[in-house]
Unconditional design. Structure first.
Length: 320
């Protein structure tokens, strides 16, 4: 297959491109490198540098015909989105709209979107099924929900076939430690704990007064290798049964921030110096997936998403 991967110089997009290439597919990566890393682009892929907000760049991409488009390109920091919402609505929503519109004009039918559990906001029940009310707590989550709604209408009006994968917390690195997570700014807890430990400084833990078992946020973590597998299964679904789908990608298990800190301590053999800080605006108490739909419909079965494997691979990557 010939697959377009937007944001393929980023964390998840880079793993996705490598996975596709390893399975013998032709991969075209489109990335602005504004937050991606050129050195992480697999040399087997064709690389196109440009901004997806520019019509001419998007039009040049779709001179090709693709079996599927996997859209990772987007900003991901909840906290940053609260400070600078226009950045998120511009980059996450309008770029996606331009891609979908160009796909509809060029006969490219299959679109897989990197969505987020952030669309749910503070859940009214746990674990969270896909039909749970959507009430984002921040512009990042709102931007993802906006794109999902646009996808629905392009499915109805233009007969595009789409899958929105609502990630819970993507984490971890390759098993050999050669590829991992590197964001600027970094907002994810596991790399931030590890970096604080390696740099021998305090780790700021945001909030210890949440309505959870130990007062810290609880999250469902999914290993990036399992996440890449979910995208392969989504492509298979669209090829076998075209339509418009939404799936949670998680495990159904939640770990508190304190438990994550304890696992980093176990893996590293070192003590984390924690400094409790104020809550970040827009953070939900608990986000735990109900993954039964993706398991039953796509036969998805995570292999690497236990917390120890996630933290061990991340530690190997960051401490190399």
């Amino acid at each position: 297959m010939k697959i377009l991967v937007t944001g393929g110089a980023g964390y998840i997009g880079g793993f996705m491109a490598q996975t596709l290439l390893d399975e013998g597919n032709e991969v075209i990566i489109a990335d602005s490198l504004e937050r991606g890393h050129r050195e992480t682009v697999d040399p087997r892929a064709k690389f196109l540098q440009g901004n997806l907000l520019e019509d001419s760049f998007v039009q040049s991409i779709f001179k090709d015909k693709f079996d599927a488009v996997i859209h990772f390109a987007g900003f991901i920091s909840m906290g940053e989105s609260m400070e600078n919402p226009v950045l998120y609505f511009n980059n996450n929503v309008f770029a996606s709209l331009k891609i979908l519109e160009e796909m509809s004009k060029t006969g490219n039918d299959n679109f897989i979107f990197s969505s987020s559990a952030g669309v749910y906001g503070n859940p009214v029940k746990l674990p969270i099924p896909e039909d749970h009310p959507t009430n984002p707590e921040n512009p990042y989550g709102e931007s993802k929900l906006m794109v999902e709604k646009i996808m629905k209408w392009y499915g109805i009006t233009k007969n595009l076939h789409t899958v929105a994968l609502r990630y819970f917390n993507a984490a971890g690195a390759s098993l050999d430690g050669k590829r991992g997570e590197e964001h600027k700014p970094e907002s994810h807890i596991i790399p931030n704990i590890i970096k604080a430990l390696l740099e021998k400084r305090e780790f700021n833990l945001f909030g210890n007064d949440y309505k959870t078992k130990d007062g810290t946020c609880v999250r469902d973590y999914i290993h990036v290798l399992d996440l890449a597998k979910a995208h392969l299964l989504a492509i298979k679904r669209l090829n076998e049964k075209p339509g418009n789908y939404i799936y949670n990608v998680g495990t159904g298990n939640g770990y508190s921030n304190k438990e994550v800190v304890e696992m980093v301590e176990k893996v590293s053999g070192e003590k984390v110096n924690i400094k409790f800080a104020q809550r970040r605006p827009g953070d939900a108490d608990e986000l735990i997936a109900d993954p039964s739909k993706i398991k039953s419909e796509l036969d998805f079965s995570p292999k690497y998403s236990d917390l120890e494997t996630i933290v061990s691979t991340a530690w190997k990557w960051h401490s190399k």
